[in-house]
Design a protein around this ligand. Structure first.
Ligand code: GLV
Length: 324
């Protein structure tokens, strides 16, 4: 029997490509840029499997052009780039890469928390611009982490990893999640708070929710107004969760001490007003970008795809039935 044909939309780290190549015929989009919509639609026509990334929007228009497709492996934990409803309708199994990127994303979240509170990037820029006046009791003051309250929006795998690290910094942790967890998360773990109370109590608010219609615009002007004056907002989840204009206004007015962002509503575009704000640390969507993590994600996606093409349930299926 001929090996199945799979489309890999972007070069992925080894050994995942080699694993796929032993089991499938691989059509790799080799240029190091995202496929255009037209390329995707034309190259998906005759494939049995798809390995895609968060920048590939796999919607009805694309899926309807792929009559042979038998499985989609997203090389990401988030699946907001996929039309899951259409996949369900077409009976197409979908997988993602949960777990393997939680620690790396939590680490980057802490890099942003520290960078904003201690004004790390600002300090580096100042040095390079020749602006270091020497030690002074009042120079370049940030804020301490110890004793502050960390509000975690979303207590999934990444939220929990972020919470675990908070104890090392002696912060109090509270969380809000769409599903309230039974009891406390661990002996000294975060306590649940309703959303509005969590916003009002957090010195640092960090977002770890999935993207998509259920969380889009969750934090708008009304919600940001509930934050403490001088709070810090960190987002390593999805840009669309925070209303861009509301965030810019909260920073401009001085309501927020600063923000640390790894994600934006319309990537790769970064909201222009943020570029001029020294108290905002901007990263280029690199939450999972470590060699080890990307290798693990790619391998996980490849294994999932081969299993789907062999007619097996993949190790990391995405639930497609509507929530009840
Ligand atoms: C990256 O953003 C992911 O969802 O894995």
């Amino acid at each position: 029997m001929a090996k199945p044909l799979v489309l890999v939309t972007r070069r992925i780290p080894e050994p995942a490509l080699a694993y796929l190549a032993r089991r499938c015929r691989v059509r790799l989009h080799a240029p190091d840029r995202p496929m255009t919509r037209a390329e995707l639609r034309s190259q998906i026509r005759d494939v049995d499997g798809l390995l895609c990334t968060p920048v590939d929007r796999i919607d009805r228009w694309i899926l309807r052009a792929a009559p042979r497709l038998r499985g989609i492996a997203n090389c990401a934990v988030g699946v907001d780039n996929l039309d899951l409803e259409e996949a369900r309708r077409l009976g197409l199994p979908v997988s993602n890469t949960p777990g393997v990127l939680s620690a790396a994303t939590a680490d980057l979240t802490w890099a942003l928390i520290l960078a904003v509170l201690r004004r790390v990037v600002e300090g580096d820029r100042l040095i390079r611009a020749g602006g270091f006046p020497g030690w002074s009791p009042t120079f370049h003051l940030g804020h301490s982490l110890q004793g502050k309250t960390l509000g975690i929006l979303g207590m999934g795998r990444i939220g929990r990893e972020v919470a675990r690290r908070a104890t090392a910094f002696s912060m109090q942790t509270i969380y809000w999640s769409r599903t309230r967890l039974p009891g406390r998360v661990g002996a000294s773990g975060p306590r649940y708070r309703p959303l509005r109370r969590l916003l009002a109590a957090s010195d640092v608010l960090t977002i770890h929710l999935p993207g998509g219609p259920s969380t889009r615009g969750l934090l708008g002007a009304r919600e940001l107004a509930l934050l403490k004056p001088g709070a810090v907002l960190i987002n390593t989840a999805r840009g669309e969760i925070v209303v861009e204009s509301a965030l810019v206004a909260a920073l401009r007015s001085g309501k927020l001490f600063g923000a640390g962002l790894d994600v934006y509503p319309h990537e790769p575009r970064v909201p222009r007003p943020l570029l001029a704000m020294p108290n905002v640390v901007l990263l280029p969507h690199i939450g999972s970008a470590t060699v080890e993590t990307r290798q693990a994600m790619a391998m996980m996606a490849a294994v999932n795809l081969v299993d789907m093409l062999d007619g097996r349930k993949p190790p990391n299926p995405v639930r497609l039935s509507p929530r009840r």
